[in-house]
Write a protein that binds this ligand. Structure first.
Ligand code: NAP
Length: 308
């Protein structure tokens, strides 16, 4: 039976599990990595800045000296870095129990990844699409493994567009719209991978989560804006901590009652805060035709084929 007020106390022992948390050095990723390490998992912090990763590792070890944490370089804005990460990971580990696709950027000015993709779609969706595909054999080989994809309430604000998926040449670019589109892509990917697993009789799970709202470094591109400056003290006071914001993705990663294709978010008013519970995503996120189109485009752009 699903617990209604799930907290870290409900997290079973994670000893013997290997976990990768992308963006494990900051905000929700850091809290997720710390909680899993505290419960005995071997945690890989997959970070674009190795120095920030090492600082996060030190912070975890200071609190939990027995924790097993390592840092590995991963830049989701660079396919060659994603390939190197996957090669290094598969050389060193034969199993991957939990992959948490957590790293992300929000409302950044128009920019391109090293491979020429609009940066929010490139980081938040395409980078994780490539990473998951390159780790797929290891994930599938690991009994009961899970992929957890961190989306956002923002997915509700947009539909996917295949005319101009990557805002080519900045045409029609709006930083919030691009973020919302990438977070919708996270959900289309989650549900499609789960469908593909089921069609192949693969028992591993793909689950999505969203944190509601937490004060983290995600808002860095809003910091300079007048309204944000004025409201900052209030925002810090009102928004839930990253520790509570991380609960939906942690529940999605470890609760034994979780099923593939589910979506977890906070239980409170407008899903902004609260205990992690099963929540609903938009109709657009469940559109299987759009999901397959996005899949094909993602394989073409990244060159990573899942073989389904
Ligand atoms: N905070 C919220 O209210 C909220 C709401 C909805 C959804 N989310 C989602 O939650 C996830 C975590 O965000 P957060 O709030 O914890 O933000 P955060 O504190 O800014 O953490 C984001 C993490 O992603 C990493 N990252 C960014 N670009 C990367 C790249 N190219 N390669 C590898 N890592 C990269 C960052 O690395 P650096 O430290 O080096 O920048 C950082 O570790 C995101 O997917 C976000 O969309 C957050």
């Amino acid at each position: 039976m699903r617990t209604k007020k799930w907290t870290l106390k409900d997290m079973p022992d994670q000893s013997g599990k290997t976990v990768v948390v992308t963006g494990g050095n900051s905000g929700l990723g850091f809290e997720t990595a710390k909680a899993l390490a505290q419960k005995g998992a071997d945690v890989v912090l997959a970070c674009r800045s190795e120095s920030k990763g090492e600082a996060a590792k030190t912070a975890i070890l200071t609190e939990y000296p027995e924790a097993k944490v390592i840092v590995m370089a991963l830049d989701l804005m660079d396919l060659s870095s994603i390939k190197s990460f996957a090669q290094m990971f598969t050389k060193n580990y034969s199993q991957l129990h939990i992959l948490i696709n957590n790293a992300g950027i929000m409302t950044s000015p128009y920019g391109l990844t090293k491979d020429g993709f609009e940066s929010q779609m490139g980081t938040n969706h395409l980078g994780h699409f490539a990473l998951t595909g390159l780790l797929l054999d290891t994930l599938v080989r690991t009994p009961n493994s899970r992929v957890v994809v961190v989306s956002s309430l923002a997915h509700r604000q947009w539909k996917i567009s295949f005319d101009n998926t990557l805002f080519e040449n900045a045409q029609g670019y709006n930083s919030m719209r691009a973020y919302a589109r990438s977070k919708l892509a996270n959900l289309l990917f989650t549900y499609e991978l789960q469908r593909k697993f089921e069609a192949k009789g693969i028992n591993n799970l793909v689950v999505a989560a969203h944190p509601g709202a937490s004060f983290t470094n995600l808002g860095r591109h809003l910091e300079g804006k007048f309204l944000f400056k004025v409201l900052r003290p209030l925002i810090i006071k009102v928004l839930p901590t990253p520790k509570s914001g991380a609960l939906p993705q942690l529940r999605a990663a470890v609760d034994t009652n979780v099923k593939g294709g589910e979506f977890y978010g906070p239980s409170g008013l407008m899903e902004l805060s609260g205990y992690p519970v099963l929540v609903k995503s938009t109709k657009a996120s469940h559109n299987a035709e759009d999901a397959q189109k996005l899949w094909t485009i993602s394989e073409e752009l990244t060159g990573v084929k899942y073989g389904f």
